[in-house]
Design a protein around this ligand. Sequence first.
Ligand SMILES: [Ca+2]
Ligand SMILES: [Ca+2]
Length: 120
Amino acid sequence: MRCFILILCWSALAAAACTHTRDEALACVREYGDANGDGQLDRAEIDALRASSLRWWERGLSWIAGETTSTVLRHCDANGDGVIEPWEAQATQDTCIPTCEAADLVVQLICERQAAMRAL
Ligand SMILES: [Ca+2]
Ligand SMILES: [Ca+2]
């Protein structure tokens, strides 16, 4: 019986773990983050997106975890020029939202909240 419950829990976790893809996460970050509509994300836009999406304690936690705007740029800005362009998504697959769990987090913490704010 315990095994059965464990398997149930595991499959529930596994199903809940990956409901979004990296492409979805990147697309919505671009959609909600690119404030000036030039097709790329700069530091100020990433800062603004984080500030308006994350709650103060989540920003604190992410800062403690080392997930800052600088980290985002380091992981997602392939040529290091300070802006994230669409072509860099392909070049940073291993560092920028590398797992579907990361994609889920981005969608839940940023995209869904931005969508909800827009709907108001
Ligand atoms: Ca922009
Ligand atoms: Ca770049």
